[in-house]
Each structure stands twice: as structure tokens, then as C-alpha cells.
Design a binder for this molecule. Structure first.
Ligand code: PHE
Ligand code: ZN
Length: 876
């Protein structure tokens, strides 16, 4: 364990490393509890580093066995070794080879950082600071080195031995039951990209021919018996490789690319050079076990990790403050890939929904931080929606501002200038500025200022002049450490929709507006659009061109009009959502829901519109979630009132549109065998949305339809949605179906995760007791992150009424789990605690209960730095 009270680290304190590592030779002798790690570091004093500095290597809980310099054993006072640091106060020369032997215990490693065991295989996780749990090393991303790794293990226990780069040698260790493999990675990399895997694994193989004609061997390693489940992941990998060549001109650079799927993993997946390690969840899929969301998740994460090979690995980060340099950019790239593979508008809608749910809430609460933070105590806690999702939005805005060609020129320059380097956000932004000649200094505020800008917009129509004036005011709310803000550069895509539903010409002072984007750069600004022959309805922030909260003077009638006619599909979606949202806010505040006719009319029109695809309709008609309503209310939120308003609206829509939903339910029935493609998935989504609305009253007919679908389903999407519908009703069919589902999928961990989640999401007072019982279920384990997330994480993040019970029992339960888990896996514990990030928006009684629970955590002695950091910042 590291220092209990870690010091704050500041971006402004960055100094280049004093010592560099030109190459490193690693030798692992794998053993369940005593793995011997020998590391030979070719150290060289950095001419750009601090003069005469000692060699200081990072460690974390290490046991040193032996140390040698240039082959000669070292003793006593010539060095100082603690579990967390190795110091050579007087290095013997400006370049020498330091040999270090450490012993580590992978079986005892429950943090899942460093070298650990999962399903009795060996695997590693090093980002961000896990390598120091394996050996002493300058464990920072700006020290790039060429790694050669020899792995040795008992051949029966670990027939498969994998490392970064290309395999150069393998064989048996004479006279023993052991064997070895040597892997060499020619591309210099930081230690966080190191990986090794050893174990009993099955392989599915394929190959990929790069556009320059090199053959790459592809392998996906899974538990024996699961080979058939990796096909979709392999297909997604090959499509990703091709896409990166076509869209960004990026080719793969090794002879092999391996992926290993493991059951115990703190995150989704990891981009280690040539050896990605994945959470099972993002590799394994069959129609019977995986939902459409799982399939698209696999496609997206496979692409994401692959794309890191250029954005993250070939060009890495100078320090962890620059995390968004690789993450935001790579999320943008995987979003673009999925858009190209599927439906662009539907992908955009899904991404914006996720952005608002995760990032806007983060930006609005005590854990808000800039896309590039300037200070941290625990870097593990900065793998956030802000760094990832808002980071991607910033790259997207850059593309919107510079246009397709300008953006590509900037990316090309970035690759050309910084290949093989550890770069910064300044380097990235400069590439675009230099490639296009644009001053991007104001734009760069997106990296530095936290908080979601509020854009307040109103319009004035002058019939005589044929002009429409748009008055825009921007304001970035105060956030922790940033009381005042400067105006941002906001690309606002818009259209002026005429009475016939068509876009009118967009011109400022008779000059056409390029790409339909105006740039808002001042606190208050007016845009005068000319040459109009009728009062337009403005369609603002088309495609969600900027991640802002938009406040406009549009009326409900304007929105009904846009929902039916807007040429921008995102804004058709947004218009209907906004109608629903305003109603839900009023309903939650006053206890009575406004008239529903307008929404019903808009929904009916969308359902009937044959030009729209099913996936779009499903997104447009899915009401805003409880979390979004709460976020919009922003203060004194009573989650029960939000739930009640939403339920009333669901009932009203379900009743008013019963006929339309019944027709849709039949029309969207499958026409052939299961396929995970986007259009089939869209039909299922719309059918299942209809099922949900048809059952909303809990009528015998609705429940029977859900039960029938549950029993007859030939795929997980249909089965689990039917089950979800049943679980939200207090009916006898519920427990029977839950039991049947469990019996059917008992041996399938990923499916049992879904079973836990559904029960954690039931919005009823009995849920907390149910969860406490489920924690004693033989299938539950605090040691497996997926399990913790599926039950306790899902409860805290997606069951607002029960997590925020007025009696405080939900808060207390989650913090108790956090404290128990902290001793095992601080990273997962800290993430769970971060679900308190919205507690300040609650009404006083619930807010006080959340605060009490957080205080109890904060005052507990011996907390990990991860949990201590979240508790402190949340209480702020
Ligand atoms: N770098 C990984 C990704 O986003 C995420 C990750 C971070 C995984 C830390 C493990 C540990 O692709
Ligand atoms: Zn990533």
C-alpha cells in the first residue's frame, strides 16, 4: 500500500526524467505465490534532466532480493530500498546496467494491478502505475524503452506464454517441467504499456493483410470452451484495422496482434502494445448470451484499444495530466468508427445520451475537473467521463471548426511530428494550429476550464427586413477550484427551418455560413441572419456540435414542429426529448404532470414516419431517464417525485399510443435468423420499447406478452428486456422468470451479471434487502469487479429511488460495501464511492444522509488513497 495521505501532484511541477532507460531485459519466472522478476535496466543520465540527480526508481509493495551494477553485486549503503522506492544516491557512472531481482505474489494480489491471477492464469495490468508493483522502475510515461521479456512457467500450468511485441524464441527448460518464451517489442514504450500473460487458454486465429502488404497474425485467447464466442470480436478487430488505414492512414506495426480475455479486470480493456488484455465482457458474445448493446460495446472497445496503437502507444502521454491526449482522442476515433459501421445519427444520439448521463453530472458536482486536470492526488480516479467523453467532444469540436480536410491535416502533422514521443495537449493543439494557420488559443480553454457551459439563446424575427437575429449568451458555471471562467470558443451548428419544414438559406450579412456552423466566442453575441422570407424556427446545436447546456426560447409548439421536420436527425430526437423533459421537470416539482397531448402527437408522428429507421425511433421515444431529469432539476431533487412523474408519463403514453405500440410490436418481429447488425438491432430495440409501453399498466395482457416473449426468445436482447419488464412489476411471474433465467444461465458469469443488475434496479422498497441477500448468493463475490459493478454498482448508479432512500439505508449500504471492498480492491471501491457525485442536488434530508455516509468513510482510518481522495473531494 502506498502513502496513506498522498501529496497533491501538480502539472506545473513537471520536470523531465533525470535518468532514461534505453532498453530493459525482463525475466519472469512465474510461480503462484513467488514469482521471481529479474530486470536489467540500461540506465543513462538524461542530458535534459536535473544535474547530478540520484537514480530514484518507483516501487509499490516490493520485496528486493538482489541488486547488481554492471554485473557486480551491490551491498549495504550504496543504495536504499524500501517497498516503495529504490534510491542510488551516488550512481557509479552516467550510463550503466542495473540488475534488480524482486519477488512478487500474484495470488495475493487482489487489487488487480501489477501481476495477478485470474481463473488461475497469470496476467498483468500496469496502467497507470502498476508496473512499480512488479519491479523498481522509473514508472512514468515519458520514459520510453525497448522491452525484451522472457517468461518462464510450468508447462502444464501455463502452456501459453505471451508478451509484448513479436515472439523471438521459445522452448523447454532442460531437465524440468518448465518452458519459456521470449518476446521482443522493437517500439520504445513506457512501462504502463507492458504486459504478460501465462496460462491455459484457447486461441482463435486469423490474419490481416495491411495495405502495404504485411501479414499480421491475429490471436484472441479465451478460456477453453469459449472459442466460439470470440468470433464477433475478431471480426470487429479486422474491421478496425482496415478502418484506421482508410480513415486516418494508420497501419499496424508488428507481426502479431494478440488479445486475451480475462474474467477479473478493473476496467473494460487495456491497450498494451501488441497484447491487449480485455475484460471478458468486451470479447465474448453469442446471440443467446449477449445483447445488442453488448455487441456494439464489443465492437467499440475492440476498436478503441486497437486505435490506441497510434493514439497512445506510438505517441504516448508526457505525464498523466495529459491522459485525455490518448483517451479523448481514441474515444473520438472509436465513435467515428462505429458511426461509419452503423448509423451515424443513432450513434451520435447514444453517445450524447451517455455523455449527459455520466459527464454532465460529473461536471455539475463536486468531482468536476478539467479535461486536462492540473492537480491530482490519485491518478486512478481520473479515468473519468470528463477525460474520456468530454475529451472526445473536444476533438469533435476541433473537427467541426477546422472541417474535414483541416482536421485530417492536423492529425497527419501530429503523427508526423510526435511519432515515438511522449506528447502534451499543447503539442496536439499546435499541430492543428500549424496545419491550418488558425489561432486555437481560445479553443484550448476546453482543456483547462471545467464545467458545462450554459448557452442561452433567443431569437428575434423582423418580417420587414427578412432577418432573424439570434442573441447568444454564454456562461460557464463555477466548479471546484475555478470560481470564474473566460468565454469559450463554441462551434454552434444550426439551421433555420422554414414553415414548410425545409432549411432556409443560412447567411450572415448576406454571406453564406459555411457548413452551417457559427462560432460563439464572446460572453454575449448576436448573429443577424439575412435573406429570409418567413419566420424560421431555429434548430440549434445540430448534431450536438458543442457539449453545452442549451437554454432557448423555443416553445413547445416549435419543438413539436422540429420533432416532425428538422433536417438534422439529432435535433428531431432532441426536440421530442426536450418536450418530455420539460413535462417531467414540472411533474417532479409540482406533483402534477402537464398536458401530454403535444408529446403524444409528436411520438405518434415519429412512430408512423416511414423515412425513419427503427433504431432512431427507439431512441426518440425512450423517455429521458430519472438521472437526466434530476440533473436538469439541479437542486432539491426528490428521486421519488421524479420516478412518479416519469411513471405517470409512461402510463399516459402507453395508454394513448397503445394501438400504435401494438402494431409496432408485431411489425418489428424478427423476419429471419438472429443477426447482430445495426438494422436488426434497431428493430429489436423498437419492438422492445413497444413491449415496455404495452406492459406499463401492469395489465394481464401486457404481462402475458412479456412472459411469452421471455420464454420464446432466441436471443439475449429479447429475453432480458422481457425479463426487465417483468421485474418492474410486482407480479408472481417476476420471481418465476428470475429463477428460470438463473437456472438457464447459471454457468455463464456474464449473463449472471445481468441477472444481478436487473434485481438491483427494481424501484421498490424491498430492493435493498434483496441486494443484501444476493450478496450472500454463492454466485456473488467481492473479488470480481464485474460482479461488484453488476450488483452494487448498478444499484448506486441506476436505481435513484432506492439508493437515495429517505431513511438513508441505501447510502449506508453502499458506503459499507466501499469500506469492505477498499481493503481488497481500492480502485473498484473508489469508483463505487464516486456514485455519490450527484448527492448535492438532492433535497435536504437525502443530501444530509449522503453526507453522513461520506463522512463516515472519510473518517475511517487506513483508507486507500483512492477512496480517501474521492471521499475528500466529494465532501469538498
Ligand atoms: N487505457 C484503458 C483504455 O481506456 C483503460 C484502463 C485504464 C484500463 C487503467 C486499465 C487500467 O483503453
Ligand atoms: Zn482508452
Amino acid at each position: 500500500m502506498r502513502d496513506a495521505e498522498p501529496k497533491a501532484i501538480h502539472l506545473s511541477d513537471y520536470r523531465p526524467p533525470a535518468w532514461l532507460v534505453d532498453k530493459v531485459d525482463l525475466d519472469f519466472s512465474l510461480h503462484p505465490s513467488q514469482t521471481r522478476v529479474t530486470s536489467k535496466l540500461s540506465l543513462r543520465r538524461n542530458p535534459a534532466g536535473a544535474l547530478g540527480a540520484p537514480v530514484v526508481l518507483d516501487g509499490d509493495g516490493l520485496t528486493l532480493v538482489r541488486l547488481a551494477i554492471d554485473g557486480k553485486p551491490m551491498a549495504g549503503p550504496s543504495f536504499e530500498a524500501t517497498p516503495d522506492r529504490l534510491t542510488l544516491a551516488h550512481p557509479p557512472a552516467d550510463a550503466f546496467v542495473l540488475e534488480i531481482e524482486t519477488l512478487v505474489d500474484p495470488t495475493a494480489n487482489t487489487q488487480l494491478m501489477g501481476l495477478y491471477r485470474t481463473s488461475s492464469n497469470y496476467c498483468t495490468q500496469c496502467e497507470p502505475e502498476g508496473f512499480r508493483r512488479i519491479t523498481y522502475y522509473p514508472d512514468r510515461p515519458d520514459v520510453l524503452s525497448v522491452f525484451t521479456t522472457r517468461v518462464e512457467a510450468d508447462e502444464a500450468e501455463s502452456p501459453v506464454l505471451l508478451g509484448n511485441g513479436n515472439l523471438v524464441e521459445s522452448g523447454k527448460v532442460d531437465g524440468t517441467s518448465r518452458h519459456y518464451a521470449v518476446w521482443h517489442d522493437p517500439w520504445p514504450k513506457p512501462s504502463y504499456l507492458f504486459a504478460l500473460v501465462g496460462g491455459r487458454l484457447a486461441k482463435i486465429s486469423d490474419s490481416f493483410l495491411t495495405r502495404s502488404g504485411r501479414e499480421v497474425e491475429l490471436g484472441i485467447y479465451v478460456e477453453h470452451g469459449k472459442e466460439a464466442r470470440a468470433g464477433y470480436a475478431m471480426d470487429a478487430l479486422k474491421r478496425s484495422m482496415r478502418w484506421d488505414e482508410e480513415a486516418f492512414g494508420r497501419e499496424y506495426d508488428l507481426d502479431v496482434f494478440n488479445i486475451v480475455a480475462v474474467s477479473d479486470f478493473n476496467m473494460g480493456a487495456m491497450e498494451n502494445k501488441g497484447l491487449n488484455v480485455f475484460n471478458d465482457k468486451y470479447v465474448l458474445a453469442t446471440p443467446e448470451t449477449a445483447t445488442d448493446a453488448d455487441y456494439s460495446g464489443i465492437e467499440g472497445v475492440i476498436a478503441h484499444e486497437y486505435f490506441h496503437n497510434w493514439t497512445g502507444n506510438r505517441i504516448t502521454c508526457r505525464d498523466w495530466f495529459q491522459l485525455c491526449l490518448k483517451e479523448g482522442l481514441t474515444v473520438f476515433r472509436d465513435q467515428e468508427f462505429s458511426s461509419d459501421e452503423r448509423s451515424r445519427p443513432v450513434k451520435r444520439i447514444a453517445d450524447v445520451r451517455a455523455l449527459k448521463a455520466a459527464q454532465f453530472t460529473e461536471d455539475q458536482g463536486p468531482l468536476a475537473h478539467p479535461v486536462r486536470p492540473e492537480t491530482y492526488r490519485e491518478i486512478n480516479n481520473f479515468y473519468t467521463a470528463t477525460v474520456y467523453e468530454k475529451g472526445a467532444e473536444v476533438v469533435r469540436m476541433l473537427k467541426t471548426l477546422l472541417g474535414e480536410a483541416g482536421f485530417r491535416a492536423g492529425m497527419d502533422l501530429y503523427f508526423e511530428r510526435h511519432d515515438g514521443e511522449a506528447a502534451t495537449i499543447e503539442d496536439f493543439v499546435a499541430s492543428f494550429a500549424d496545419a491550418t494557420g488558425r489561432d486555437l488559443s481560445q479553443f484550448a480553454l476546453w482543456y483547462a476550464q471545467s464545467g458545462t457551459p450554459v448557452l442561452t439563446v433567443s431569437g428575434a424575427w423582423d418580417a420587414e427586413a427578412g432577418t432573424y437575429r439570434l442573441d447568444v449568451a454564454q456562461e460557464v458555471p463555477p466548479t471546484p477550484g475555478q470560481p470564474t471562467k473566460k468565454p469559450m470558443l463554441i462551434p454552434l451548428a444550426l439551421g433555420l427551418v422554414g414553415p414548410d419544414g425545409r432549411d432556409q438559406p443560412l447567411a450572415l450579412g448576406n454571406v453564406p455560413v459555411e457548413n452551417g456552423v457559427v462560432e460563439v466566442s464572446e460572453a454575449r453575441q448576436s448573429f443577424l441572419f439575412t435573406g429570409l422570407d418567413a419566420r424560421p424556427v431555429p434548430s440549434l446545436n445540430r448534431g450536438f456540435s458543442a457539449p453545452v447546456n442549451l437554454v432557448s426560447d423555443l416553445t413547445e409548439a416549435d419543438r413539436v414542429f422540429l420533432a416532425a421536420h428538422d433536417a438534422d436527425p439529432f435535433n428531431r430526437f432532441d426536440a421530442i426529448q426536450r418536450i418530455a423533459l420539460e413535462m417531467l421537470k414540472t411533474g417532479a416539482r409540482t406533483g402534477s404532470l402537464p398536458a401530454t397531448e403535444a408529446l403524444v402527437t409528436a411520438a405518434r408522428a415519429i412512430l408512423a414516419d416511414t423515412t425513419l429507421d427503427a433504431a432512431f425511433k427507439a431512441q426518440a421515444l425512450a423517455l429521458p431517464g430519472e438521472g437526466e431529469v434530476a440533473r436538469e432539476l439541479a437542486k432539491d431533487v426528490d428521486p421519488d417525485a421524479v420516478f412518479a412523474a416519469r411513471k405517470t408519463l409512461r402510463l399516459a403514453m402507453g395508454t394513448a399510443l397503445e394501438g400504435a405500440f401494438a402494431t409496432t410490436y408485431s411489425a418489428m418481429a424478427a423476419t429471419g435468423p438472429f443477426s447482430p447488425d445495426a438494422s436488426s438491432a434497431g428493430r429489436r430495440a423498437l419492438r422492445n420499447l413497444s413491449l415496455d409501453f404495452l406492459a406499463v399498466t401492469g395489465s394481464a395482457e401486457g404481462i402475458a406478452r412479456a412472459k411469452a416473449q421471455f420464454e420464446a426468445a432466441d436471443n439475449m436482447t429479447d429475453r432480458i428486456t422481457a425479463l426487465a419488464v417483468l421485474t418492474q412489476h410486482e407480479v408472481p411471474e417476476r420471481e418465476a422468470a428470475l429463477q428460470a433465467f438463473y437456472d438457464r444461465f447459471e454457468r455463464d458469469a456474464l449473463v449472471i451479471d445481468k441477472w444481478f443488475t436487473l434485481q438491483a434496479q427494481i424501484a421498490a422498497p424491498g430492493t435493498l434487502d434483496r441486494i443484501k441477500d444476493l450478496m450472500l448468493h454463492p454466485a456473488f463475490s467481492l473479488g470480481n469487479p464485474n460482479r461488484v459493478r453488476s450488483l452494487v454498482g448498478a444499484f448506486a448508479a441506476t436505481n435513484p429511488t432506492q439508493f437515495n432512500r429517505a431513511d438513508g439505508a441505501g447510502h449506508e449500504f453502499v458506503t459499507d460495501v466501499v469500506l469492505t471492498l477498499d481493503g481488497k480492491n481500492p480502485q473498484v471501491a473508489a469508483r463505487l464511492l464516486a456514485s455519490f457525485k450527484t448527492f448535492r442536488q438532492l433535497e435536504p434530508v437525502r443530501r444530509a444522509s449522503a453526507e453522513r455516509a461520506l463522512r463516515k468513510v472519510a473518517e475511517t482510518p487506513g483508507l486507500s488513497p483512492d477512496v480517501a481522495d474521492i471521499a475528500t473531494r466529494a465532501l469538498g
